[in-house]
Design a protein around this ligand. Structure first.
Ligand code: URP
Ligand code: ZN
Ligand code: ZN
Length: 470
């Protein structure tokens, strides 16, 4: 088995920062110490660099079918991009076909990933109809390592489920050890607002945001937590939280000692509703749900992260191209020219999460170095049932390790990124920090700005029940 000795780095975990060496034996971390020796081991000099657990992005959509097209990254292009950005595990969303068994969706997504993914991957299951049969299938999913389920309170007629279904699914997770992940927006109200806007000939991308107000997110967030409370104080995880009003609801329930959890995403920390005013149809780049908010929300979300009302930063990576024919892809964002409601929802981000959070969080002193590791790796691993195999630098953990260069500077651009999409929402942004060497289960997969792993080397992560802390 290959041994690798990472020497003289500053090891950073969610809890500690210290100088030391890390010995990797095969796929695992074998030893941590000072002045370690290992005859015949490959050496990586990490002097002046941080040695951190690989990033874990628990919210991606590779090849998601949406609005008549598919997200443009597949498990190969998307995970190569993840690796370049210092992310060594993802959790993607399989989608239940209406009236179809969950197993079918799980197997379809495993087929999409197998032979393609270059980092390890888990799956959540999007549940679209919560019948008694499906509730039983959820138990099987949990046993097989697909231990979390996304429900939608938005997109009536497509993904949305009613309160009774949510209540039943929540109760089921109390028995089977799974976790409900909630897309919290009031879909009924949004639909009315969308219809009104289109009737008034308001068709530009900005109307996507104007018809999805923060109150619609706050109301659904509150309702979801109340349903979880009524079901027996069941843990609930809100995905892609975007607004101060929704965060207020999370805080309300957490302050009452209830198991309320939420993630936000870089787009809500760095971009704003002003981006929809970019010329021509460029606002479509930022059409995602929930939408970007007024700038003042950003500082509230940063505070939420620093104070642990928000526990995770994921990406909701769901890219669609602006131009038809990019790398042979069909028309995507342009499907919504003349009708904002037909713009496929989503934006790219799997490659830029770690650096944006490092640069905008740690360098700007909004969060500490340890908190950066915690929200991008350790807590996602815990909440999504992968810890301590993933999410830390510890003896016995998978050797998913990033050698992070804090001094490197770069400019984010679609010209240099690795995601299969023709724009970058952060185009031109100068950032500090970079994943200079990336190991996945002991194998170097990125070094010297090159991907050196092999297509399909990524493995399915059989996840367990969430480890939840307040
Ligand atoms: O706009 C988004 N977020 N697209 C992906 C689907 C979802 O709701 O996460
Ligand atoms: Zn969602
Ligand atoms: Zn999503």
């Amino acid at each position: 088995m290959t041994k690798t000795l990472i020497t003289n780095g500053t090891i950073v975990t969610a809890a500690d920062t210290y100088k030391g060496d890390v010995l990797v034996d095969g796929e695992k971390i074998a030893m941590i110490g000072k002045g370690l020796k290992a005859a015949g081991a490959k050496r990586i000099d990490a002097t002046g660099k941080y040695v951190i657990p690989g990033g874990i992005d628990v919210h991606t959509h590779m090849e998601l079918p949406f609005g008549g097209t598919f997200a443009s990254d597949d498990f190969h292009t998307g995970t190569v991009a993840a690796a370049f950005g210092g992310t060594t595990s993802i959790v993607d969303f399989a989608v239940q076909g209406m009236g179809e068994p969950l197993e079918k969706a799980r197997d379809a997504w495993l087929r999409k990933a197998r032979g393609k993914a270059v980092v390890d991957y888990g799956l959540h299951m999007i549940v679209r109809d919560v019948s008694d049969k499906v509730l039983k299938e959820m138990d099987v999913m949990v046993k097989d390592g697909v231990s979390s389920f996304k429900l939608f309170m938005a997109y009536p007629g497509v993904f949305m489920v009613d309160d009774a279904s949510i209540f039943k699914a929540l109760s089921r997770t109390a028995e089977n050890g799974g976790l409900i992940c909630m897309h919290a927006e009031n879909g009924g109200v949004i639909d009315v607002l969308v219809k009104r806007a289109l009737a008034a000939k308001n068709t530009a991308p900005k109307w996507h945001a104007l018809t999805r107000p923060p109150e619609a997110e706050a109301e659904a967030t509150y309702r979801a937590f109340r349903l979880a409370e009524m079901a027996g104080e069941i843990p609930l995880y809100i995905v892609h939280l975007s607004s101060s009003q929704a965060l207020e609801q999370v805080r309300l329930f957490r302050d009452r000692g209830l198991p309320a959890y939420a993630e936000t995403c870089p787009q809500y920390l760095f971009l704003s509703i002003d981006n929809y005013d970019e010329p021509g149809f460029d606002g479509a780049k930022y059409v995602m749900s929930p939408p970007l908010r007024e700038r003042w929300h950003q500082e509230e979300l940063w505070k939420g992260l620093a104070r642990n009302d928000l526990q995770v930063v994921s990406t909701d990576h769901c890219p669609f191209c602006m131009t038809e024919g990019f790398q042979g892809l069909p028309k995507q964002k342009q499907l919504g020219i003349g009708d904002f409601s037909k713009i496929p929802n989503g934006a790219p981000g799997v490659e830029t999460r770690m650096v944006l959070l490092y640069d905008g969080g740690v360098v700007q002193k909004r969060i500490t170095l340890n908190r950066w590791v915690e929200v991008t790796s350790t807590t996602p691993a815990k909440i999504m049932g992968m810890f301590p195999k993933k999410g830390t630098i510890a003896v016995g953990s998978d050797a998913d390790i990033v050698i992070w260069d804090p001094r490197s500077t770069s400019t984010i651009s679609a010209k240099t990124h690795h995601m299969r999409v023709d724009y970058n929402p952060y185009e031109g942004r100068k950032v500090k920090g970079k994943a200079s060497v990336v190991l996945s289960r002991g194998e170097v997969i990125v070094q010297k700005d090159k991907f050196v792993g092999t297509k399909g080397r990524g493995r399915f992560i059989k996840r367990g029940s969430p480890i939840l802390q307040t």
